[in-house]
Design a protein around this ligand. Structure first.
Ligand SMILES: Nc1ncnc2c1ncn2[C@@H]1O[C@H](COP(=O)(O)OP(=O)(O)OP(=O)(O)O)[C@@H](O)[C@H]1O
Length: 712
């Protein structure tokens, strides 16, 4: 109890390390720690108000959560058992206390009458034993029930979180506020679950109250007639409270803090560590003969930093321990002895009452200890109850996070047959800045691509080519101007329809941590079960041959999402379960990831990505669901033959659809283009056909000349 790791309540406002009035700065080794001053949290009422309001806001969600949990298979039954066990367990201390009271009476009678009632004694002994056994059994039942309950609840909310995350668009998921919101619902939830933790905390609070009330009422009953009972009780309980107050300071310290290091040597040391530890740098370290050199630099930096070179958690631990010796903490131990001292003094005064006083002292001490730990727990739990309620609210709110790219209402296209003839795309004075940036990625861009045309966008790095493709697919929305698809504002169309009607291959494509087959088939979910189509897409993408050569063919995982578990194996074991023994998760302890199992070359990866696009756009041609094909540098990593073949296949299979390419390479494509857009610095500088632009003799012609000359 009370061991739960506390996080601060999510509060409004800003944490500003420079604000000396609110933030305390401490140097710990190479670290600068900035902590919100405690007074902020202690303003009477403010913190409590905050807590209360969080709880109230969370209540409807907690209610909904309970209903959801009870609807999970078997959970309502398990929950009932769980609460029954908890209630029984919380009454045991009081029952045990009652037996101790009986023992006390027994001692009293024994002192008075010089005889002991054996039956009562046996009853009391049996009762105490039964309590201890029951406690153990209840503890066992609790863990037996809570395990499946926790698993079922976790499973349920994993799906909930999965969907909440899967539905987000790019600008929304890039928003730090959204990331934070997801993180708070997600971080515990894949491991345990916010819901289960909330049930546990709530039940703990209720049970602690039951435990305290039942113990206090039994204690009052038992001590009512004792001569020194009330005095000893007051002393014991006040020393418990004192213990609690003196420890409380540490438990409720610095809820909001941040730490950074500016020590150049320490930062470089960490850089060197990554350099030698991370396998991706190994080639260059070896080829450059850097081993000895970086060791010397590391040692030099380490000697300058000296003993301060600890990571933050380590240094903070040392700091917390150092800070622990306070006046209150010194007083704590003598205070603990106080009831004993008073008892001794009273015993000197009234020697006859020693046995009774001793019995009541033991009883009171026992109760006071259990009382103070319960009280301590209760305070911690009630604080985390507010947190939990707030977390439950967030857990439910994540499924309602509004996407930034707002859905339209019109179906697209009105007539499915027209898609085969392509769609027209027009930009009217379109400007765009990426969220959080000042610079325009596109500035007043206008052009028109007719239905069925082939357009190639060329230009220097960073000129805005990819951005145009992202705006056409509504990955982002333009910040100014208008984009028209088939003559209508792109924002009026339903997003799902629009995306179904186009296919896009990104420059920074990724492969999914799934099998090669799924990597390709996810290009077109409608055909995901069609093995022939998947193979055809692979062939068109130029990937079929190398996939067939892989030991597991289309079922190969390029990047296995799970790893095997094993202890330290005998040295001779190099393969296990048909795979190489992977020590990367041991090596990666310092937060570094092992290399992704990059068994494919860059070009092969690109062929795979192209295959995925073919899957969507071309293999599904019979359904004619795609009318616009967007390719961002599809051939950057391909060898010249592969590039040539790819473009030939693309042109042949395009039919009458609209196709837009972004490319650095002139020639293969631009000669066939109906429209070339030459971009520089977020603007379109030249536009026309290959011949037209050559005649214009501008930048396009100049770069064409440069590239052509290279082949002469
Ligand atoms: N996600 C992003 N966030 C912020 N800025 C971005 C982002 N993506 C691109 N930019 C910026 O927008 C501008 C245009 O980028 P874009 O990717 O469209 O260029 P490009 O012409 O496709 O370049 P390349 O030829 O290198 O692929 C650049 O200045 C780039 O730095």
């Amino acid at each position: 109890m009370g061991g739960r790791k506390r996080k601060p309540l999510a509060r409004a406002g800003v944490f500003d390390p420079e604000d000396a009035a609110r933030i305390k700065h401490t140097r710990i080794g190479v670290w600068d720690l900035y902590e919100e001053r405690q007074s902020d949290l202690r303003i009477p009422g403010a913190s409590r108000l905050e807590t209360a309001s969080q709880m109230i806001q969370g209540l409807p969600y907690v209610w909904r959560m309970l209903k959801d949990v009870c609807n999970i298979r078997r959970c309502s039954m398990l929950m009932t058992f769980y609460f029954l066990v908890e209630i029984a367990a919380s009454l045991i201390p009081a029952i045990s206390l009652w037996y101790s009271g009986q023992l006390l009476h027994l001692v009293e009678t024994a002192v008075e009458k010089r005889s002991v009632d054996k039956d009562v004694l046996l009853q009391v002994a049996a009762g105490r034993v039964a309590c201890a056994v029951a406690e153990r059994l209840l503890q066992y039942s609790r863990s037996r029930i809570s395990l499946p309950l926790n698993m079922a609840i976790k499973q349920f909310y994993s799906s909930h979180i999965f969907h909440a995350m899967a539905r987000l668009d790019v600008p929304t998921s890039e928003d730090p506020a959204v990331q934070r919101q997801l993180e708070s619902a997600w971080s515990t939830s894949w491991k345990s679950s916010v819901a289960w933790e909330t049930i546990e905390v709530t039940s703990n609070v209720i049970m602690t109250v039951i435990r305290l009330l039942s113990q206090v009422s039994v204690l009052i009953g038992v001590l009512r007639d004792q001569q020194d009972g009330p005095l000893l009780a007051v002393l014991s309980f006040s020393q418990s409270l004192f213990q609690w107050f003196s420890v409380r300071r540490f438990a409720f310290k610095s809820l909001v803090w941040a730490a950074t290091t500016k020590n150049e040597d320490y930062i470089r040391m960490q850089g060197f560590k990554h350099l030698v530890d991370n396998p991706s740098h190994r080639k260059e370290v070896v080829a450059g003969g850097l081993g000895e050199h970086v060791t010397r630099l590391y040692r030099e930096a380490a000697s300058r930093v000296g003993d301060d070179a600890g990571d933050f958690p380590e240094m903070r631990r040392a700091y917390v321990v150092r800070d622990r010796l306070t006046f209150m903490s010194i007083l704590r131990e003598p205070m603990r002895e106080l009831p004993q001292i008073v008892f001794t003094l009273r015993a000197v005064q009234y020697p006859a009452s020693i046995p009774i006083s001793l019995a009541s002292l033991t009883l009171i001490n026992h109760t006071a200890n259990s009382f103070s730990s319960s009280l301590f727990g209760l305070f911690g739990e009630s604080f985390s109850l507010a947190e939990q309620f707030a977390s439950v609210r967030k857990l439910y709110e994540i499924s309602k996070i509004p996407n930034r790219v707002i859905d339209g209402k019109l179906p697209f296209p009105e007539n499915q047959q027209t898609l085969g003839l392509g769609v027209s795309v027009e930009f009217r004075n379109v400007s765009f800045r990426y969220p959080g940036t000042e610079k325009y990625a596109l500035h007043n861009v206008s052009f028109k691509i007719g239905a069925g045309q082939l357009c190639v966008i060329v230009g220097v790095n960073g000129s805005g080519k990819s951005t145009i493709l992202k705006l056409i697919s509504r990955i982002y929305d333009a910040t100014g101007g208008m984009i028209l698809i088939d003559g209508q504002d792109i924002k009026t169309f339903k997003l799902a329809d629009l995306r179904r009607a186009m296919s896009i291959l990104f420059q920074d494509y990724t492969y999914f941590p799934l099998s090669i087959k799924e990597n390709i088939s996810l290009g077109n979910p409608n055909l995901s079960q069609d093995e022939d189509k998947i193979r055809e897409a692979a062939r068109l993408g130029g990937a079929e041959d190398f996939i067939d050569k892989l030991p597991e063919g289309f079922d190969t995982y390029l990047n296995r999402p799970t790893h095997d578990y094993y202890s330290s194996l005998p040295e001779g074991t190099t393969t296990l379960f048909g795979r190489q023994v992977d020590y990367s998760h041991v090596r990666g302890v310092g937060g570094m990831r092992s290399t992704d199992s990059a068994t494919l070359s860059g070009g092969q990866m690109q062929r795979l990505a192209v295959a995925r696009t073919f899957m969507r756009s071309l293999v599904s041609e019979t359904e004619s669901s795609v009318g616009l094909l967007l390719f961002d540098e599809p051939s950057a990593s391909l060898d010249p033959t592969a590039e040539h073949d790819l473009f030939e296949r693309l042109r042949a299979l395009r039919g009458n659809k609209t196709m837009i390419f972004s490319s650095h390479r002139f020639g293969n494509l631009t000669r066939h283009a109906d429209l070339i857009l030459y971009m520089d610095d977020s603007e379109i500088m030249e536009e026309g056909t290959h011949e037209g632009l050559l005649k214009e003799n501008g930048e396009y012609a100049r770069i064409w000349g440069l590239q052509a000359r290279a082949f002469l």
